[in-house]
Design a protein around this ligand. Structure first.
Ligand code: PBG
Length: 307
């Protein structure tokens, strides 16, 4: 009877697993705050993607940890950068697995900010050139979807233009449209080694207090050509997800971020909550709020449970 009257379903095809690619071979290093998640070299990521594919997940999203970082985020748009190499290898091994790439500079800059820094401030417009170049290099490597997460103004239009000029008219943009300056990114910054070396990201990420501004950001990104939009983090922002679902017709994604995952894992490991139930309930709430695509570190566990 419960099943008959249930309103919300989760399915593996709606889940995307984030993966962290690092240099080397045979490297699989667990991220301490995110049990079951690893920094993996390209060969290991390829193996992981075979598992992801067999579980029927919607896809993976790749984050890169380059061998070296510099002021210009060179590895972010290098045709032989870490993510570009990973995409090529994955597409060779599992061509029908959807590969999304995170387009951002923070993992590639020595200062850890998402763009070009001039006098302690991120230079919006010059950063757009890096982002467009990175997105194009991902598309050339074989990425199916590019996902800009930097929150610079005008990035969706800049990326769309560069992709179109180079013949990638069919590569969709999944924009991190409403990305809040959140404490819940903590474990990710350890995982991606991208903690800002000075200041914080509040000048370009959104104030958690602002709902109307989030709607404006989403509307702007859709106008600029975003094919899908994302709200991030997820659980503390279910109202934003719901309002975005009601207002906009494009596919809506939500990112259950590292801190959301780590909190559940930590509490479960202390015996304070039931891990499986907390996983299912949190993902159900995000789906119920209106996200059809969920990026989550639980993707494999959830798929195994419902598979
Ligand atoms: C930026 C980026 C971040 C996350 C995804 N893309 C970190 C940040 O903005 O500081 C966070 C994801 C997570 O916490 O799981 N490239």
């Amino acid at each position: 009877m419960r099943r008959l009257v249930r309103e919300t379903y989760l399915e593996p095809g709606g889940l995307i697993l984030p993966l962290f690619v690092c240099p080397g071979e045979g490297v699989k290093k667990e991220i301490s705050a995110m049990p079951g998640n690893f920094q993996m070299s390209v060969d290991e990521v390829v193996r992981e993607c075979e598992v992801v594919r067999s579980l029927g997940l919607g896809g993976v999203i790749l984050f890169g940890i380059p061998a070296s970082k510099d002021e210009e985020a060179t590895d972010a748009y290098d045709p032989d950068g870490i993510v570009q190499r990973a995409v090529r290898a994955i597409k060779r091994a599992t061509p029908d697995l959807l590969v999304v790439t995170d387009v951002c500079n923070c993992e590639y800059t020595s200062h850890g900010h998402c763009g070009k820094v001039v006098q302690d401030d991120v230079e919006n417009d010059e950063t757009l050139q890096w982002l467009a170049a990175a997105a194009l290099s991902h598309a050339l490597a074989g990425a199916d979807v590019v996902a800009p997460s930097d929150m610079m103004d005008g990035r969706v239009a800049a990326i769309r233009k560069r992709l179109d000029e180079n013949g990638f008219i069919k590569i969709p943009i999944l924009s991190y449209a409403a990305k809040f300056a959140s404490a819940f990114y903590g474990p990710f910054r350890e995982a991606a080694e991208s903690t800002p070396q000075f200041g914080d990201r509040r000048s370009y990420q959104m104030d958690p207090a602002n709902r109307r501004e989030a709607m404006r950001e989403i509307a702007l990104d859709i106008e600029e050509g975003a094919d899908m939009v994302m709200v991030k983090p997820a659980m503390p922002y279910l109202d934003i997800i719901r309002e975005a679902r009601d207002r906009f017709d494009v596919p809506l994604a939500a990112y259950q971020v590292s801190g959301e995952f780590s909190m559940i894992m930590a509490a479960a490991r202390n015996g304070w909550i039931d891990q499986e139930r907390a996983m299912v309930e949190s993902l159900t709430s995000i789906r119920r709020a209106g996200a059809s695509i969920i990026l989550t570190y639980f993707a494999k566990d959830m798929a195994r449970l419902i598979g």
